[in-house]
Design a protein around this ligand. Structure first.
Ligand SMILES: Cc1cc2nc3c(=O)[nH]c(=O)nc-3n(C[C@H](O)[C@H](O)[C@H](O)COP(=O)(O)OP(=O)(O)OC[C@H]3O[C@@H](n4cnc5c(N)ncnc54)[C@H](O)[C@@H]3O)c2cc1C
Length: 391
């Protein structure tokens, strides 16, 4: 991507800010909280994120009238590059900042925007995404959680599952059926529900990494105000799909820069272990580097052309490319580590960061829509193949 003098100035500003601020007690947070390590230093990372926010380094791409910087795509990429290079810890407000915020900017009422965007930008309220259910994952339109109006409040009943970061979340986006007897996408609404109330129970699910990035969430008569519907009542399917397109598109920018850092660390590891002398490992590292360059070029081209929710297949292509790339990086890391990759670092299940990355990356081809679902989208929308039979 072409870098203008303004972009280069922007790069210097963020680089200097990070160098000046990732110091003192924040210095200990370097590299904390990568894939499968979301439990690490949560309180410290929250404080760091609020510090970033106070200096205006959150929600960069949001328009200034909504509390962002109105940063261009190039500047957002620069921010993520410098952020990753500085070793700053993984961010905690991702779901609000990257998914709900842009959705509210596109579909929310002025009152919803005024209520929710400032605390997202300030990292004062954390969010989780309650789409998936035991009977509705890839087939998301099968959602059966219900919400009915009781006076001026919605009463929500049902179960969500695989809800990332629900333990820390203050609010949840709940896709719920608000029209009794409706089917599929019709009759669903996109509700904002407070998590800290009696009718909400969160049960962490232990994952391969030994930690619990995701959870079961039970809504048993949970309440939220009648005004907490984004978009029209019954039109939640359209809003939910827009959030998914954002999740597979522009929200992946930061993640990809994280990949660059992971690959850099893996090259260092290969030097240390001597694995870098093995011609087959060198070959795979070279391929990983080329894959990342291709991924980056594709992301920038797609996002520049299609930076918002839309019908294109660019987000699906990106999702497919990065998910396989990252899984292969995890597999390569295990081979670079060699025999030590086979055992926990300590009893009973203290895993090395590379082991966590390898194990967590198994989920990359599932969350945000599985690879099979992305290929179906491409087959139908880009290639015009016959539509798959729907339930
Ligand atoms: C780490 C992680 C974090 C997650 N975080 C969240 C979250 O925060 N909020 C949330 O709502 N959800 C979350 N999810 C859930 C995720 O979106 C679902 O797991 C995903 O959509 C798949 O749904 P499922 O697990 O029910 O699998 P299923 O839909 O049952 O699919 C099982 C397998 O069948 C394949 N399959 C299904 N249907 C088809 C088809 N029509 N054609 C071809 N193949 C098909 C799938 O590709 C998959 O391989 C998360 C998942 C993971 C792994």
């Amino acid at each position: 991507m072409h870098s203008s003098p303004q972009d280069e100035q922007f790069r210097r500003t963020i680089r200097e800010w990070l160098a000046d601020n990732l110091t003192g007690h924040f210095a200990a947070l370097r590299d904390a909280g990568g894939p499968g390590r979301e439990h690490e230093a949560h309180a410290g990372r929250l404080a760091w994120n609020r510090h970033l926010a106070a200096a205006g380094w959150t929600c960069l791409g949001w328009p200034p009238e909504h509390g962002g910087r109105g940063a261009t795509l190039a500047q957002q990429v620069i921010f993520y590059e410098e952020y990753a290079r500085s070793g700053a810890p993984a961010r905690v407000g991702y779901l609000g900042e990257e998914l709900l915020g842009p959705t509210l900017i596109a579909f929310g009422t002025p009152a919803q925007q005024a209520r929710f965007l400032p605390p997202i930008a300030a990292v004062e309220e954390l969010w989780c995404q309650g789409y998936s259910e035991p009977g509705a994952g890839s087939d998301l339109a099968a959602v059966s959680t219900t919400a009915r109006l009781d006076g001026d409040e919605w009463v929500v009943t049902g179960q969500k599952v695989w809800t990332s970061l629900a333990v820390e979340a203050d609010w949840c986006v709940v896709l719920a059926r608000t029209e009794p007897g409706s089917r599929r996408g019709a009759g669903l609404s996109y509700l904002l529900v407070p998590m800290r109330q009696q009718g909400v129970t969160v049960r962490p699910i232990r994952q391969l990494t030994g930690t619990s990035e995701f959870n079961e969430v039970f809504f048993d008569g949970a309440r939220t105000h009648g005004s907490m519907v984004v978009g029209e009542v019954g039109d939640g399917w359209r809003v939910a799909r827009a959030t998914l397109a954002i999740e597979r598109g522009v929200a992946t920018l930061g993640q990809q820069v994280g990949f660059e850092r992971e690959l850099g660390r893996l090259v260092d590891l290969a030097r240390q272990t001597g694995a870098g002398e093995d011609p087959l490992i060198r070959d795979r590292i070279g391929r990983a580097w080329i894959g990342l360059e291709a991924l980056r070029a594709h992301a920038l081209r797609t996002l520049a052309a299609d930076s918002g929710p839309g019908p294109g297949t660019g987000p699906s292509e990106l999702k497919l490319l990065w998910s396989r790339w990252h899984q292969e990086l995890g597999e390569l890391a295990m081979d670079v580590l060699g025999a030590p990759s086979m055992a926990a670092r300590g009893a009973p299940y203290d895993l090395h960061d590379w082991q966590r990355l390898f194990l967590f990356s198994r989920a990359d081809t599932i969350y945000g829509g599985s690879d099979e679902i992305q290929r179906t989208i491409i087959a139908e929308r880009a290639l015009g193949l016959p539509r798959q039979a729907r339930a």
